[in-house]
Design a binder for this molecule. Structure first.
Ligand code: COA
Length: 200
């Protein structure tokens, strides 16, 4: 098992097992050292046409120009500092292999009215080449442990009914379906799940 690091992205050429993932990956704090590979992910994401809340929020140019302040905002939000009225404290975990940015998990420490409707406690995204190799399962498990450390006993996760990968991930952790709803902010039915942090 190895990662081949090219100039633009790392490519997992063989399926890793959990021990290998744990050895190679880590959940890192946002940092400027991941800027290059983060921007490559933004570019690839834009070209793919996929929708994802965070990477679609801004243009490539915005991320490039505002990367440092974005990192600082994430670090502040984890400590509940400088929050605007619609934000709750949240921890941004970056999944990295060396300096290579592979994705993110965002853990909101509590829900507000908007997050109860959609979004929940957790948002996540992996670059396409890192998917379906067990990395999401590993990261989900690690983030559940972090949630438990924060005293959160169960987390709400929402996902599109059409998002089979996300549903499988949630079910792997014993997710209980609250409901399937439609809201103006989302295209198509939205599933709202609860996952206990106590079993991970
Ligand atoms: C959802 C996501 C984080 C899953 O991470 P991942 O690393 O691909 O997940 P894993 O490899 O740990 O797989 C978990 C399970 O889901 C299955 N799975 C993952 N993606 C799948 C897909 N697209 N279709 C069908 N099954 C899928 C895996 O086969 C595995 O099932 P198994 O344990 O029975 O074999 C990742 O696919 C992703 O980033 N998707 C795009 C962004 C997104 O959808 N975010 C969630 C918004 S709610």
């Amino acid at each position: 098992m190895m990662w081949i690091s090219s100039q633009s992205k790392a490519t997992l050429v063989l399926s890793p097992n959990l021990a290998t993932i744990e050895h190679m990956m880590k959940l890192a704090k946002p940092s400027e050292k991941y800027k290059k590979s983060f921007l490559e992910a933004v570019q690839a994401h834009k070209e793919s046409g996929e929708k994802d809340g965070h990477l679609n929020l801004h243009s490539y140019e915005w991320f490039d120009e505002n990367f440092e302040s974005m990192v600082q905002t994430f670090l502040d939000e984890s400590e509940g500092k400088n929050l605007s009225d619609d934000r709750v404290p949240s921890t941004e975990f970056w999944i990295v292999d060396g300096d290579q940015w592979l994705g993110r998990f965002s853990l909101r420490h509590k829900l507000n009215a908007k997050l109860e409707r959609y979004g929940g406690h957790l948002g996540y995204y992996l670059i396409p080449s890192a998917r379906k190799k067990g990395i999401g399962t590993w990261a989900f498990s690690e983030v559940l442990k972090e949630a438990r450390k924060l005293g959160i006993e169960k987390i709400m996760v929402s996902c599109d009914e059409s998002n089979i990968g996300s549903q499988k991930l949630i079910k792997k952790f014993g997710g209980t379906l609250q409901d399937i709803t439609t809201i103006p902010e989302n295209d198509g039915p939205l599933m709202r799940w609860w996952v206990s942090t106590l079993s991970s």
